[in-house]
Ligand binder design. Structure first.
Ligand SMILES: Nc1nc2c(ncn2[C@@H]2O[C@H](COP(=O)(O)OP(=O)(O)OP(=O)(O)O)[C@@H](O)[C@H]2O)c(=O)[nH]1
Ligand SMILES: [Mg+2]
Length: 434
């Protein structure tokens, strides 16, 4: 009981503000995006205590929502004893500064909040590096805003003529250089992570094990699904951005198919582009996947928009050429709206397990195209493998020549096993015909 009170005391109380304007395009706010912002605040450990949605033809360049509206926000902050104001839109550095001054409390924009959540949640070294890089990239242009502030302070105290290099500018230059150095260092460290990942991937590709990546909007049920099918034991919580690290597991799909399957970081609308950039090393896995499972929470009234956002990010990450299964998740709850049924869709409940066998069958079918006709030249001392091939593959002909030449139709799994078995020999002789 006492603990709850302590936690309550530490909470940030936030007034949420959104601007709806046709000129803002994707960055325009509406009731739904504000509701999502409220969930984000919750994830960050805060609590929304008020909400204001303002409509304007275009944003006010100075105060973004217009001075009258800022006054309304300020009053709400006072009445609700809020400790911060969070905007559902992206603010310019100078707008951030102006709004902080006018409301008297800390002001964050949506990107800033998402970065904050990622920073709180990053656990592994790679995750932390990526978030740190995104934070510095976000901070860099905002330093200018801080500098204007310092310059003006210098002006009012009357030190030096206008245009002289004040302490603000010197500080700015130092900060800038420091941040550039930091960014370069982080990039180099991430490059190293990427190199290791690449080696791991090459090793996997040699084994011909297909790669399946689970993607989807945040909170769609990606981790729950991976747990359900592999017993991975990844935490899955009703919280946005619960997973930031890629977890990879081996999954036996059928008698003839094993795959490597990964959980990925969730997507969200207006994902700060610094984050997309920073997380590219992780999301790069997508590019090399043989199949994407796009998990969609169909109990969410916004699922169609969410699916569209995920699909556009998949395109941005250049992974749209990869076959994709749409996995309609949470079908134990009500299906919200119309669904398109088709060959590439399957309805499941990751929670109850309903539809999971059908999903596995679908994956099997999708990746079955990997089956290929090969000629395997077996050295005579590996003749024992022939039995296995008769059992596991469709052997079409066997010729006894310099080697035992087996023409067969094989799944990647069987081929991988044979290759593993005679790998040393293969390396020397380069004697596969695929
Ligand atoms: N009713 C129901 N709830 C589900 C189902 N699948 C997942 N959930 C719940 O949805 C919430 C989010 O699940 P996660 O697996 O953490 O979602 P995620 O996609 O990994 O989310 P992030 O890692 O935050 O991007 C959890 O509270 C799960 O228990 C389902 O099939 N039915
Ligand atoms: Mg997750």
């Amino acid at each position: 009981m006492e603990q709850t009170t302590l936690q309550e005391e530490k909470r940030d109380y936030a007034v949420l503000v959104g601007l709806r304007s046709p000129v803002l395009g994707d960055d325009s706010a509406d009731e739904e995006s504000l509701a999502e912002l409220s969930a984000l605040v919750d994830t960050a450990g805060g609590q929304a205590v008020g909400m204001i949605l303002q409509s304007r033809d275009k944003p006010d360049p100075h105060s973004f929502i217009g001075e009258g509206k800022v006054e309304e926000v300020r009053r709400m902050v006072q009445d609700e004893k809020a400790t911060m104001v969070i905007f559902d839109n992206d603010l310019s550095p100078s707008q951030l500064r102006v709004l902080t001054e006018m409301t008297g409390v800390q002001v964050l924009d949506r990107s800033g909040l998402i970065l904050d959540i990622f920073a709180q949640r990053a656990r592994t070294r790679e995750g932390r590096l990526q978030v740190e890089l995104a934070q510095y990239q976000y901070l860099l242009p905002r330093l200018i805003g801080m500098w204007t502030h310092l310059e003006r302070q210098g002006g009012t105290s009357g030190k030096g003529p206008i245009g002289s290099k004040g302490p603000g500018e010197t500080q700015l230059e130092t900060d800038r250089r420091h941040i550039h150095r930091k960014i370069d260092k982080l990039k180099a460290e991430l490059e190293e992570v990427r190199r290791v990942r690449c080696t791991q991937r090459q090793r996997r590709m040699k084994n011909e094990i297909p790669v399946v990546a689970i993607v989807g909007y945040t909170n769609a049920g990606k981790s729950t699904l991976l747990n359900a099918i592999t017993g991975a034991g990844i935490p899955a919580n009703n919280r946005l951005f619960d997973t930031l690290d890629t977890t990879t597991r081996l999954l036996t799909v059928s008698d003839t198919l094993d795959v490597v399957i990964s959980d990925t970081v969730g997507f969200i609308r207006k994902l700060p582009h610094q984050l997309v950039e920073a997380f590219k090393a992780t999301l790069e896995e997508l590019e090399y996947a043989d199949l994407l499972l796009h998990v969609i929470d169909v109990s969410n009234p916004q699922w169609q928009q969410q699916a569209a956002i995920v699909e556009s990010l998949i395109r941005e990450l250049k992974a749209d050429h990869i076959p994709c299964l749409r996995v309609y998740n949470k079908c134990d709850l009500a299906f919200s709206g119309q669904r398109s049924a088709g060959e590439d869709t399957v309805s499941i409940s990751a929670k109850t397990g309903e539809g999971v066998p059908e999903l596995l069958a679908c994956i099997d079918k999708k990746l079955d195209k990997g089956t290929r006709r090969v000629t395997i030249h077996l050295p005579y001392d590996k003749a024992g493998l022939l039995d296995g091939l008769y059992r596991e593959a469709r052997v079409e002909s066997v010729e006894y020549a310099a080697t035992i030449d087996v023409a067969a139709v094989c799944t990647p799994k069987v081929l991988g096993q044979v290759k593993d078995y005679v790998e040393g020999w293969r390396e020397e002789k380069e004697d596969w015909e695929l």
